[in-house]
Each structure stands twice: as C-alpha cells, then as structure tokens.
Design a protein around this ligand. Structure first.
Ligand code: ZN
Length: 69
C-alpha cells in the first residue's frame, strides 16, 4: 500500500495521485531481478565450482589408489 509522501494518507494501489492532496504517488516498483540463480545465498557458479572441486578430489583419490596399487 503506497502511502502519500506528502500527507501520509493511504492510497489504493492503482492510484497515481493522492486522493486527498493530489500529490503524485511513488509508483510501486515491481522488481523482478533476473539475476543468476542462487542456492542458499550462493551463486550457482560457486556451487558448480564446489561440485567440480569435490568430484576432482574423489577422482584424484581413485587415480591415486589405482596408481598406488
Ligand atoms: Zn496526500
């Protein structure tokens, strides 16, 4: 609900001007940021990096065992 900046009166969502003082109302900003996908606050690329790192560690262990044996 956008309150009038001039008089503080509540105004319906679809109003462009205050019904009371005719002051211009701030338009409700609908922000739909289409940024990178985030999982638990981390960028998906960070998770991919972690996943890749873990896979590499496991792969290295397997390679190490294969070579050692
Ligand atoms: Zn007003």
């Amino acid at each position: 609900m956008p309150n009038c900046l001039n008089c503080g009166t509540w105004n319906p969502e679809d109003k462009n001007v205050c019904w009371r003082c005719q002051a211009e109302l701030p338009k409700p900003v609908v922000q739909k940021k289409r940024g990178p996908v985030r999982v638990l606050g981390l960028s998906i690329w960070i998770w991919l990096a972690i996943f890749f790192f873990v896979v590499m560690m496991i792969a290295m262990q397997f390679i190490g065992r294969a070579v050692g044996a």
